[in-house]
Design a protein around this ligand. Structure first.
Ligand SMILES: NC(=O)c1ccc[n+]([C@@H]2O[C@H](COP(=O)([O-])OP(=O)(O)OC[C@H]3O[C@@H](n4cnc5c(N)ncnc54)[C@H](OP(=O)(O)O)[C@@H]3O)[C@@H](O)[C@H]2O)c1
Length: 204
């Protein structure tokens, strides 16, 4: 069982625009352009049949299938709460790290959002328990991912490097404690749309 994250990143290192208002704007669409046409993504978000099949599709499906539970920050949850379909696309327990107190929110299709108020380690413990034999995904956003990286709690991560430049926004590794984190490249492969980079993480 491992703890991983998997994100799309602009070539200049950003995973989201600066403000939540721009979230579904041009930059975000360009960043995620490789995801939208994929068969697995379309089926999971109930966007209709059809779609591309190939390595990008296989990678999305494999990432979904290895995930037994997810952890996310409150800003990512807030952005998704209104954008995800009623049948939210996780189909597993999701632990939202937040200061807000709220009862679990169960969606049709197997996703239940649990709101955890006692920090990232408590959220991860609950996610590990819920994930069984499968892995725990730190789903996002950048702030939450970085907290887990700096706490030495991430085993592996994948970046889909998109051919887009943001210039500004939420930088994935802004504030990383580089003195503590060492990486090993596990694999790299590119499709016509994006380059997939996978690293394992260990303490220095
Ligand atoms: N490019 C990609 O593949 C990708 C993937 C996922 C997400 N994203 C994007 O990333 C953006 C959001 O990221 P973000 O970095 O701004 O925010 P975030 O990590 O989603 O959420 C940060 C918030 O989570 C809560 N939180 C985090 N740690 C906590 C702790 N230890 N205790 C209590 N509460 C805690 C706090 O909210 P409260 O104090 O309000 O509770 C904090 O403001 C979204 O726009 C999303 O779309 C991109």
């Amino acid at each position: 069982m491992s703890v991983f994250f998997s994100v799309s990143m602009s070539l200049d290192g950003f995973v989201a625009p600066e403000s939540a208002d721009e979230l579904m704007g041009r930059q975000w669409m360009e960043l995620q352009a490789w995801v939208f046409p994929q068969r697995f993504f379309r089926a999971n978000l109930k966007l209709g049949g059809g779609g591309e099949e190939g390595r990008d599709n296989d990678i999305l499906q494999a990432t979904f299938e290895r995930t037994g539970a997810s952890v996310m920050g409150k800003r990512m949850f807030d952005a998704g709460e209104h954008a995800w379909p009623e049948d939210a696309p996780f189909h597993t327990p999701v632990f939202v790290v937040t200061h807000e107190k709220r009862d679990p929110w169960e969606r049709p299709g197997g996703t239940t959002f649990h709101f955890v108020n006692d920090g990232i380690e408590a959220a991860l413990d609950q996610a590990r328990e819920a994930a069984g034999d499968r892995d725990v995904r730190i789903a996002g956003g950048g702030t939450t991912i970085l907290r887990y990286v700096n706490a030495g709690l991430v085993d592996e991560f994948s970046i889909a490097l998109s051919p887009v430049l943001f210039g500004s926004g939420i930088r994935l590794f802004e504030g990383v404690d580089a003195s503590k984190v060492a990486l090993k490249q596990v694999r790299s492969e590119s499709s016509s749309r994006v380059t997939h980079l996978t690293y394992s993480v260990r303490a220095r």
